[in-house]
Unconditional design. Structure first.
Lengths: 287, 209
């Protein structure tokens, strides 16, 4: 995707000065109500159509997941999980997988290419392909295993939350296509409010552990789920219970990166001033 | 004035190998640094931009390893730790502070040079192994993400350790007068050799007898 909103960039990868961020916007969010998803994959089709992507026809691995996994050309995939939360009671949990648009994006933190990943003021995290160098650091940084590197061009791809549509006041393509209203889009506050009502409903229907998935470990996400078993997110094709940017990535980017620069400047500066103060060792040199 | 007498310190092969390593090291270090800190990203223009930097860095890195392997075969024996190296380490502080100028015990290589040699051997091995783990698009896919994260962190950490070591190495060459000729022409003056590497000169004269 490319940057259409140049005045409302909240964060930019590998950039140490403030980004153009004069324009303020409310935070947006996509709410995916897993409990009213019927697994029709209209969202996948809409995603392909709007973004003009056609994935290779894959093969069947014995599940309904098609394609089997996210790919550079499949930015969203329905994940079908058959689970027995209570013995003897089979449940078919269907989760629309894709980028979660973290408020504190691990991909953006890990990316070494200036401006290859941006987070807009509205919270959408987008890859700016012309700046991508293809190193795969976004994959290393992502707590949800979302970015995929293309074999064709070595660029990283993922869901853009239809940033191009949202910019001009439209909802993401998947939201527009969903026939059951399981996918909604609006301000993050409105989506939380809507989710709260839905959760009350679910609890009345016996889903005592129903809840909203908006993990605080990554500062919350701009794609949220309503889960009927919010106490066990891993049931939904391994959705992490408490996703965080890995401490190894934080250590690398928040500690080692600035300290190393200081150490190198210190070493060169120290050597220079040592020479000025003490002078060279000329012993043994023929006069 | 008496004409300066020179002794051979490095063969042509040693020096060619060394400068090959220098050039390759600078290429990997600068390309690596451009991908390490945003304020150094401008260095990527030296390699043809961001994507080319990313593509070239690991290949040049492997060449650095191979080039050092050459140095290893040439110099490892003379870099073996010996008891006199402790005395060199004990005395180098005063020398650096400019308080003393008496010769310190050293063979062909002094303790500082030996430490750098082994530091390079260790860090380059770590850099090769960790670098392979997150080399895209060829190898990264074969490793679990936790290992890729650990390898990335270790690779950066080790690289900075190596760069700091090399900064020390370069400064030592600038600070100790009479030493650069060893790597440019292969020769050092006899009096310089006696002062800085007395053990080496003693061994050579013994061998001659």
């Amino acid at each position: 995707m490319s940057s259409l909103q140049t005045l409302d960039i909240a964060a930019r990868s590998a950039t140490t000065f403030p980004s153009p961020s004069v324009r303020r916007e409310p935070h947006v969010a996509k709410l995916i109500d897993v409990t009213s998803c019927i697994g029709c994959k209209a969202c996948q089709v809409a995603c392909m159509q709007w973004n003009d992507l056609r994935d290779r026809v894959g093969d069947n691995d014995g599940t309904y997941d098609n394609p089997r996994d996210l790919t550079p050309a499949s930015w969203t995939v329905m994940r079908f999980s058959e689970v027995e939360v209570e013995t003897g009671r089979l449940e078919w949990l269907i989760r629309k997988d894709g980028c979660m648009h973290c408020e504190d994006p691990g991909c953006l933190k890990a990316c070494p290419a200036p401006g290859a990943i941006v987070k807009y003021a509205n919270g959408i995290v987008d890859f700016i392909s012309e700046n991508c160098i293809g190193c795969g650091s976004c994959v290393t940084g992502c707590p949800f295993d979302v970015p995929r590197i293309s074999k064709k061009d070595s660029k990283a791809y993922k869901c853009s939350l239809c940033a191009d549509r949202v910019t001009v006041g439209l909802e993401p393509a998947c939201v527009k296509a969903c026939p059951t209203g399981a996918i909604r889009f609006g301000t993050k506050d409105d989506m939380k409010e809507f989710a709260a009502e839905r959760i009350v409903d679910l609890k009345e229907r016996g889903y005592q552990n129903a809840g909203l998935y908006d993990p605080p470990g990554v500062g919350g996400t701009h794609v949220m789920y309503v889960l009927q078993h919010a106490d066990k997110p891993h049931l939904y094709h391994g959705l992490p219970a408490d996703p965080k940017i890995s401490p190894m990535v934080s250590l690398w980017k928040s500690v080692l990166k600035p300290l190393s620069l200081l150490a190198m400047i210190g070493a060169v500066g120290g050597a220079f001033f040592h020479y000025m103060k003490v002078g060279p060792d000329e012993s043994g040199v023929d006069k | 004035m008496e004409e300066t007498r020179y002794v051979r310190r490095y063969s042509d092969g040693d020096r060619i190998n060394h400068w090959l390593l220098v050039i390759l090291f600078f290429c990997t270090a600068l390309s690596g640094l451009s991908m390490f800190h945003p304020s150094l990203f401008f260095l990527s223009v030296l390699f043809g931009g961001g994507p080319w930097t990313r593509i070239l860095h690991p290949f040049i890195g492997v060449l650095v390893f191979l080039s050092f392997a050459g140095m290893y075969l040439r110099l490892a024996r003379d870099n073996a730790w010996s008891p006199e190296d402790r005395a060199w380490l004990a005395g180098i502080g005063a020398l650096l502070a400019g308080r003393k100028h008496e010769p310190l015990p050293a063979g062909r290589f002094n303790a500082g040079q030996k430490i750098l040699f082994w530091w390079m051997a260790i860090t380059l091995a770590v850099l090769l192994v960790t670098g392979l783990v997150f080399w895209r698009p060829y190898f990264a896919g074969y490793f679990p993400i936790g290992l890729v994260r650990l390898a990335t962190l270790l690779h950066s950490f080790t690289a900075i350790g190596l760069i700091l070591g090399i900064i020390g190495h370069i400064y030592a060459a600038i600070w100790v007068k009479g030493t650069t000729r060893a790597m440019t022409r292969g020769l050092v003056s006899e009096s310089w050799a006696k002062h800085h590497h007395p053990g080496w000169v003693a061994r050579m004269t013994q061998d001659k007898r």
